[in-house]
Design a protein around this ligand. Sequence first.
Ligand code: TRP
Length: 449
Amino acid sequence: MNRAAWKSRFGFYLVAVGSAFGLGNLWRFPYIVAENGGGAFVLLYVLLALILGLPLLIAELFLGHSNRKSVMSATLLLDAKTHTRWKKWIGRLSVVISLVVLSYYSVISGWVLHFLMQFFIETASRFGVESQITMAPLMRSGVLQLGLASVHLLIATVIVTKGVQEGLEKWVGALMPAFVLMMVVLVTKTFSLPSTPEALRFLFYPDFSKLKLSSLLAAIGHVCFTLSLGFGTMVTFGSYLSDKEHIPTAAFRITLIDTLLSLVAGILIFPIALSFNHQTLKEPALLFEALPGFLLSLPGGAWFGILFFLCLYLASLSASISLLEVIVSNAMEFKKIPRMSAAWGALAIVLILATIPAFSTNLMRFTGEGSAVELLDFILIQLILPIAAVSIGSLVYTSIAESEKQRLFIDRLKIESLAMYSHWKWTLKYLVPAILFAAVLLQFFALLK
Ligand code: TRP
């Protein structure tokens, strides 16, 4: 693989922020907040993004940058350097996580595709009828969900086999400012809804009694998911980063932008959700139940719908491509599988895995609480992903030479970087593992109750 550095610093930001910003911010963040009681959880999430997400993001970028390798080769190299044999397993775990997450990310991307098509049909056939665009057809049919996920994966696979994903990622990144602008315009439209004060209070007033024992782990999992930590993606991005870039500054900006965008998503979704639909607040369907009806109620709403879901679709396509690329490039490097076979092989495995989330809303719905997709989400995003992300952080702490860490972190022109360096190391060594340990313990008590 060619390790050319990004041509411009701007290119790196477009791709890194583009990877962080996606369904995690717009789809996952609102319903996880609702599940965990609102304001207090939002506060916890923002704090954790800064004290756990940011140090881990710096660590992943360092790992890639210092070895100029992607996650599997980088961890293998650490094994060789430190005469151990287990570090490579953390790299492998990241690749497996990417594979499994891609399977249900594709199902949700399929939902986005469904709404995009519905809005197209809507604009094409406007005869003044009161129209409705809902989740119902999806919820009834696992076949439809799997079909849409397959179409989505097929598009992603073709792009990856052609090796044109980098160009696409930049284009999609360049589109994101427009997407953000549209979100802000839509937010101003929600101000006239009567539920806005209630929604803002729900989001920003921290009522700590609403937190659950499991909330800490939920927040950590979401921080890792939304910042793409534990997947190996950020390691790869770090490997392409030019030496001139100050990684901690870049990581800080990425964290800040991603967190702000989640908050904007919350400010957009909750006023709508509270005025139209209270039932689905805590479910993965939240975004899709709330937004389309509201968009249709605006003048020219169907066009807004097309634009919004098109941007959201492109964001999820670019995320899916990055996830697939992690799998394909590692398979190419390690198993010497050609790009074509690696991509189509990955597609086959992901499709088989995707049947679980696709059918979970009807056939595999558990009686009582939750569906298979929620169980999968819990095990994967809230348990395995944080463990992988924190392990990569510890590897960077223990296995990259002190002089190398200092070289990457300390910038003579930035006096504060000297003080931040010792904070960063301390946080990676003690604070981050301690928070994860506490969270797992609390989760354990929650399960016992
Ligand atoms: N952070 C992305 C989001 O918020 C999801 C994601 C996780 C991702 N891992 C990734 C995107 C790897 C690209 C590459 O939607």
